[in-house]
Design a protein around this ligand. Structure first.
Ligand SMILES: [Zn+2]
Length: 349
């Protein structure tokens, strides 16, 4: 019997973009409880770049195909999978948790110490086929294309978890979202508006400022202007914002904290501009600021965001769609911040 093969984007060692390659590899066979997906589209995330450069939290298997934001069709079922059929159009919740620890039992699955990510700790969607546990499947929302669903996945649940679940953003509050062109930021603007908040965003060019306004930002500043922080604070009547949603890291922590009102909350997820920041401790207690960590999102949060997108309330923000063969170009776009919204790899049809 000849082994059936597929094309996968993978790397055998960590490093710069040139470690990424397309190779023919065996089509994987689903184990009990798993399905095999024929991938239609897979969006890139900063995670793909970070894992390629080096392991983020613990070692990863090599060679590795990353890709956590997948939309496709069920192609084969492992033993014991019920409720799904071959041909079903689906997307994937990418977090695999233990289900047994105190956090999982309390519903806080994103802090499960045993958690693993499909596309980081096992092969993901930047290949023609991939495996996934059946319990991680979600039916594809009917009104959205595969590319749109892939573009929403991780960023929509991450933004929801940050703003609604962790920062407890309320109607009438003001939120500052730096780096409006980022995937989570561009959905965060929309979720904050849906929650009834006033949104101030920052970005780097007049073209990106116009796009942030189109998504619903009430006020947009250009962070290349010297006085942009004063502009944010002036715009709140001198008070500062209630919540800052920061995904950028070391480069923006100082300014995000400065924009906060007394008693304000900064919710953080991501540090790609740098992992260390010298905190001025008195400003935290004098102004009674909160720094809140957030990581990923839950299955239910992803379902909620997808339902809102299916109803037209949230809009996927897609910068461009590339063929899988352009995987290095996809990584370049993310690394050089040459985008507004998601870069999606079209894998199949
Ligand atoms: Zn757990």
């Amino acid at each position: 019997m000849t082994m059936k093969t597929m094309t996968a984007a993978l790397f055998h060692e960590h490093g710069e973009r040139d470690v990424l390659r397309l190779e023919r590899v065996p089509i994987p066979v689903p184990a009990a409880g798993e399905v095999r997906l024929k991938v239609a589209a897979c969006a890139l995330n900063w995670l793909d770049v970070g894992i390629r450069r080096g392991p983020q939290f613990g070692a990863v298997p090599l060679p590795l195909t990353t890709g956590v934001d997948v939309c496709g069709q069920i192609d084969a079922l492992g033993d014991g999978v019920a409720g799904w059929r071959e041909g079903d159009a689906v997307t994937l919740y990418s977090l695999v948790t233990c289900g047994l620890c105190e956090h999982c039992r309390a519903g806080d699955v994103t802090i499960c110490p045993q958690h693993a990510i499909i596309g980081e700790h096992s092969n993901g969607g930047l290949a023609e086929y991939m495996l996934a546990p059946a319990r991680n499947l979600i039916a594809k929302p009917a009104a959205l294309s595969a590319v749109e669903v892939a573009a929403l996945g991780v960023v929509s649940m991450t933004a929801w978890h940050m703003l609604i679940t962790v920062a407890r953003l309320r109607a009438g509050e003001t939120v500052f979202i730096p780096g409006a062109g980022g995937g989570v930021a561009s959905i965060g603007i929309q979720i904050a508006k849906y929650a009834g908040a006033t949104v101030i965003a920052s970005t780097s060019s007049s073209a990106k400022m116009a796009k942030a306004r189109e998504l619903g930002a009430d006020h947009v500043v250009n962070y290349h202007e010297d006085d942009w922080i004063e502009q944010v604070i002036d715009w709140t009547g001198g008070r500062g914002v209630d919540v800052a949603q920061d995904l950028v890291g070391a480069k923006t922590w100082a300014s995000s904290l400065q924009t906060l009102a007394r008693g304000g909350r900064m919710v953080v997820c991501g540090s790609h501009s740098g992992k260390r920041f010298p905190l001025h401790i008195p400003q935290i207690y004098h102004r009674q600021l909160s720094i809140l960590g957030s990581n990923g999102g839950t299955y239910n949060e992803l379902c909620t965001a997808l339902e809102l997108a299916n109803a037209g309330v949230l809009r996927p923000v897609i910068d461009r769609v590339l063929p899988l063969a352009d995987i290095r170009e996809g990584h370049r776009i993310l690394e050089e911040h040459d985008h507004f919204g998601k870069v999606v790899m079209q894998v199949g049809d």
